[in-house]
Write a protein that binds this ligand. Structure first.
Ligand code: SME
Length: 160
């Protein structure tokens, strides 16, 4: 398997290490499900204070649950609904400090307090979103958004 050196002391360094690990895990592997599964596991394992980490994929005109770690979750999310549907509809990352204050937030797990959703964009179209949830308010910062956006860019051509 792959050997990682993950620096958890410095968040920017942690994200650089996660990007390199995501690259090593998915390079040359054409199976998108395998790649999403490994990246979901990677983020879940090394980002502290999460209660959910994974993918929703654009299928037709809605998001459908993809590989993830955490509790079983909502399966289908209409475009424009909730944090994930908003990210998918706008093509913009959603960094939500307080999910209770987000209109239309979909509570798959009542423990979630903050959320980061980053679209995966290929050829100008959203093909998936990466969703991270935390039980802590304001868990995610700009450095987390930048780190996950770099992973999303890497995965654009690697998730099928
Ligand atoms: N909270 C999300 C739904 C997905 S779950 O958190 C896994 C949302 O509002 O889109």
């Amino acid at each position: 398997m792959y050997a990682f050196t993950i620096d958890a002391a410095d968040t920017a360094a942690l994200h650089r290490d996660l990007l390199h690990a995501a690259d090593a895990l998915t390079a040359g592997e054409p199976d998108g499900v395998a790649n999403m599964a490994n990246v979901a596991a990677l983020l879940w394992q090394y980002l502290p204070d999460l209660n959910w980490a994974g993918f929703y994929r654009m299928v037709g005109d809605e998001l459908v649950l993809g590989p993830f770690q955490g509790k079983p979750a909502c399966i289908r999310i209409p475009l424009g609904k909730g944090v994930c549907g908003t990210a998918a509809a706008s093509g913009e990352s959603q960094l939500v400090a307080d999910v209770h204050a987000f209109p239309g937030h979909i509570a798959c797990d009542a423990a979630s307090r903050s959320e980061l959703v980053v679209p995966v964009i290929r050829d100008g179209a959203v093909v998936a979103v990466i969703d991270l949830d935390s039980p802590s308010p304001a868990r995610f910062a700009a450095v987390d958004q930048a780190g996950v956006e770099a992973i999303a860019a890497l995965l654009a051509t690697r998730i099928g």
